[in-house]
Design a protein around this ligand. Structure first.
Ligand SMILES: [Zn+2]
Length: 92
């Protein structure tokens, strides 16, 4: 039982990249301008932004719902990107 817990802890540590470690967030230039110029009472740009994020036939897109503009588009070409859909949560 003890070995099982140790292995489980090691597996969680290996998957820690699934936790939120974003240090360079994507931003919509229009949302950013409105937020930094004080045109909104949102507490943060993250709270103000409303993004749709997902795969499409040409790749992966981040779309601003507020302004209906592309924020970023990733093209994968012929390579299949590595994707991990596991949901890892920190213990509270
Ligand atoms: Zn926007």
């Amino acid at each position: 039982m003890r070995i099982k817990n140790k292995n489980c802890k090691q597996n969680i540590e290996k998957s820690s990249y699934l936790l939120n470690q974003i240090d360079k967030p994507l931003v919509c230039v229009k949302c950013s301008f409105e937020f930094t110029s004080g045109q909104t009472d949102a507490k943060s740009l993250q709270d103000y932004s409303k993004f749709d994020v997902g795969f499409k036939n040409r790749g992966f897109q981040v779309w601003c719902r507020r302004h209906e503009v592309n924020v970023c588009h990733f093209k994968f070409g012929n390579k299949q990107p590595e994707a991990d859909f596991r949901c890892l949560e920190k213990r509270k």
